[in-house]
Design a protein around this ligand. Structure first.
Ligand SMILES: Nc1ncnc2c1ncn2[C@@H]1O[C@H](COP(=O)(O)OP(=O)(O)OP(=O)(O)O)[C@@H](O)[C@H]1O
Ligand SMILES: [Mg+2]
Length: 261
């Protein structure tokens, strides 16, 4: 019934890892979950689970060749997933007009539809964003992330998609990193989780097993469990952004004005 898109402006911040593992965490709480790989040119979710034999994919459904039902597969912990195809030739011909109706159809079949968005704000990412009811923004603690996250949040507002909050991923803990509280205040959004740079995430990826299965006690897996619990319980915030004056805020104000033009 709920559809949540996991988005970021910047690439490689952890959207796919979070989409898959959050899906598994929700499934372990007894929820019916469908994870959709909306990254039509860089299909990754199947690879992260070691499930690569998926003859029919979101590509076929978007092209109107098959109903989306034919592109739903069983994943770990009882999740279902809709993979994207790996063919570049096909990806370049995809029309996104069927994307939103497909998500609506999937919403009828699950408690949670988690949509793994491609990076950026091109048509593919914009379509994924506006097709969902709710949004989780993934950021890393770098200044460019603020601008990227803001763009995503503003686009969500444009389409009346509710921003649940953001996840700060890949925190190393060095002084130059933007503090999570600062990000929360700049974005005026809830912090859903702070996740450290954790080698186990990459190890799990290399062994093609979800982090939740391979390293259930890792900091990453614990963060997924926390977000899943919050999503199920309704309450969410670790911290709520509060207005705060500072250099970064003035930069953000300028960015906001630019985006509004
Ligand atoms: N907390 C973390 N600690 C260490 N490595 C991480 C963490 N989160 C993600 N990674 C690694 O970062 C890389 C990118 O992650 P992922 O593919 O989930 O990001 P993405 O935002 O989906 O990327 P893309 O924009 O290319 O779709 C992967 O190698 C993944 O294992
Ligand atoms: Mg990805």
């Amino acid at each position: 019934m709920r559809s949540i898109v996991v988005s970021s402006g910047k690439g490689g911040v952890g959207k796919t890892s979070i989409s898959l593992n959050l899906g598994i965490a929700l499934a372990r709480l007894g929820k019916k979950v469908i994870v959709v790989d909306a990254d039509v040119s860089m299909a990754n979710i199947g690879i992260l689970m070691g499930i690569e034999r998926t003859p029919l994919t979101l590509h076929n459904a978007l092209m109107g060749e098959v109903p989306v039902d034919d592109a739903i597969y069983e994943g770990p912990a009882g999740i279902k997933f809709v993979p994207s195809g790996l063919s570049i030739a096909r990806a370049s011909k995809i029309s996104f007009s069927r994307f939103e109706p497909i998500i609506k159809e999937l919403e009828e079949k699950a408690d949670f539809v988690i949509i793994d968005s491609p990076s950026g704000l091109a048509i593919d990412a914009e379509t994924a964003l506006k097709s969902a009811k709710e949004l989780i923004i993934v950021a890393i603690p770098e200044p460019t992330s603020v601008a990227d996250a803001l763009k995503i949040k503003q686009m969500a507002e444009k389409y009346s998609v509710k921003t649940l909050g953001f996840v700060v991923n890949r925190i190393i803990g060095e002084g130059h990193e933007i503090k999570t509280k600062e990000l929360a205040s700049l974005l005026e959004a809830n912090v859903l989780a702070e996740i450290a740079e954790d080698i186990q995430v990459r190890r799990a990826g290399s062994s093609q097993q979800p982090v939740m299965s391979k390293y259930p006690n890792s900091s990453f897996a614990r963060a997924m469990n926390k977000i899943a619990l919050d999503l199920c319980g309704g309450a969410s915030a670790v911290a709520q952004g509060k207005p705060k004056k500072g250099l970064l805020e003035s930069i953000v104000d300028k960015l906001k004005q630019i985006f509004k033009r």
